[in-house]
Write a protein that binds this ligand. Structure first.
Ligand code: LLP
Length: 437
């Protein structure tokens, strides 16, 4: 998919770059991002919304993969940006992302984060709860600022996805519940606050969703809420943000829709359910993360040791694992892989791919069919662009890999591999311990 292909040498090539050369240049493990595919996904969203005729913003959910070069690429594609912490906000500002297109999320923003975001002049706060609303009003008042706000509501829709990543249901740590009236109180409160400009509401029903029904139901619930709010409070929502969650294909059997199909389903539902509530249909915002960058990412590993248990299983270990991709251990996520330096060889054995961490759960893929694998071979695991680098960690003091963007035969590091200095850089030795040494 994307710009990936098998070249004449039988090597995997991405963005016109042979991965064997990428290993020689940058080492492994290495995250490789197909920049053109990222750009194309952004364009698909923007084009699909233009076709709807509605006013819109597409905010890339930077939690999926947030580095300065990525912020610049999505900015160039006309996207807005969703951040959820001061670290993501800082990254975006360092990349000179236009502040007025940044939306700040999170269920527990600190006063420092709120101040930083107001000072930067961000476009919108997505307020999660009443405590935050009062805090935001107080800080904005002190700074003599007027801040734009969406209220995050939980429409009570359960997306059919892994339970840890469904967030639209009532029993969730996020947002104002529509069902029990707290969302109504939120709107009533926000609309009276002097330094808050309530733009509308936000809902996010989960992640890695394949069906449109959940989104359609969410639109309907939010529209019913908007109607009640209009009638009882005279408040109109100018903006409705429907969050992210559009699924991608990781393995055979995953059946996501096209970006344009998701967008059409949502915008059609908006036209149907919001008709007549106000004179004008609301502006629609979405926040895709995974579907922008997920399948554009590939992780390249070098094969090391193997353990064959006759009649049971063959373990093939690579030079990374749950440190660069914690998703299989966390969510039992499945991935596909190819032997990237001999991609045309006949696939003749079924092996399981292990990481190098001291933990049995450090398995990347169970039972994948590959050519007979040898030490030194290159293994490429696909669809690792989202929630991989951004969730990478230093367990076992393993250094985080570098990230390279490839496009039209060019390859450029956008994140360096961590150094040993990075590993011990924050360590301190108290004087009383040093003395005993
Ligand atoms: N908006 C909000 C408010 C969100 O909470 C999320 C994801 C998104 C947008 C983007 O959703 P996406 O389009 O990427 O599905 N670490 C998990 C995924 C957690 C998603 C959290 N929120 C994973 O690796 O699958």
């Amino acid at each position: 998919h994307g710009t990936s292909k098998i070249n004449a040498n039988g090597h995997l090539e991405i963005g016109g770059c042979d991965v064997v050369n990428l290993k020689a240049k940058f080492g492994t493990p290495l995250y490789i991002v197909d920049e053109q595919l990222v750009r194309n996904r952004c364009k698909e969203y923007v084009e699909a919304f233009k076709a709807s005729g509605l006013q819109f913003q597409v905010a890339y959910a930077s939690k999926a993969f947030c580095v300065m070069a990525m912020c610049m690429v999505v900015e160039q594609e006309g996207m807005s940006l969703d951040v959820v912490s001061e670290g993501e906000l800082f990254t975006a500002l360092q990349a000179r992302f236009p502040a007025d297109r940044i939306h700040f999320h999170g269920n527990n923003k600190t006063p420092e984060e709120i101040e930083m975001a107001i000072d930067a002049g961000i476009g919108c706060f997505v307020v999660d709860n009443l405590i935050e609303l009062h805090l935001l009003q107080a800080i904005a008042l002190e700074k003599n600022a007027r801040v734009k706000v969406l209220l995050r509501v939980t429409p009570g829709v359960e997306a059919h996805t892994h339970e840890y990543i469904s967030t639209g249901q009532t029993d969730s740590k996020f947002g104002f519940d529509i069902g029990n009236g707290s969302a109504f109180v939120g709107v009533e409160t926000a609309s009276k606050q002097s330094n808050i400009e309530l733009l509308g509401v936000h809902s996010h029903i989960g992640s890695q969703i394949f069906e449109v029904e959940g989104f359609q139901m969410a639109v309907q619930k939010v529209a019913e809420f908007a109607k009640g709010v209009k009638q009882q409070l005279g408040v109109e929502f100018k903006v409705v943000n429907l969050g992210g969650g559009f699924g991608i294909r990781y393995v055979n059997g995953d059946t996501p829709l096209q970006v344009s199909q998701y967008v059409k389903a949502i915008t059609d539902a908006v036209k149907e359910h919001f008709a007549g509530i106000s004179n004008q249909l609301p502006e629609i915002w979405v926040e895709p993360g995974r579907s922008i960058v997920g399948d554009a990412g590939t992780t390249l590993y070098t094969v090391g040791t193997q353990k064959n248990i006759p009649g049971v299983r063959k373990y093939v270990a690579v030079d990374g694992g749950m440190t660069d991709n914690p998703r299989p251990a966390l969510y039992q996520s499945q991935y596909e892989a190819v032997l990237a330096n001999r991609a045309n060889d006949a696939e003749e054995e079924i092996v399981s791919i292990a990481g190098k961490c001291c933990e049995s759960g450090d398995m990347l893929i169970w039972d994948v069919k590959l050519p007979e694998v040898e030490s030194g071979d290159l293994l490429a695991v696909s669809c690792t662009g989202a929630y991989n680098y951004s969730m990478a960690n230093n367990y076992n003091r393993i250094r985080r890999p570098g990230v390279v963007f490839v496009k039209d035969g060019e390859s450029d590091l956008v994140v360096k591999r961590e150094s040993f200095q990075n590993i011990v850089g924050n360590d301190l030795i108290p004087e009383r311990i040093r003395k005993q040494a």
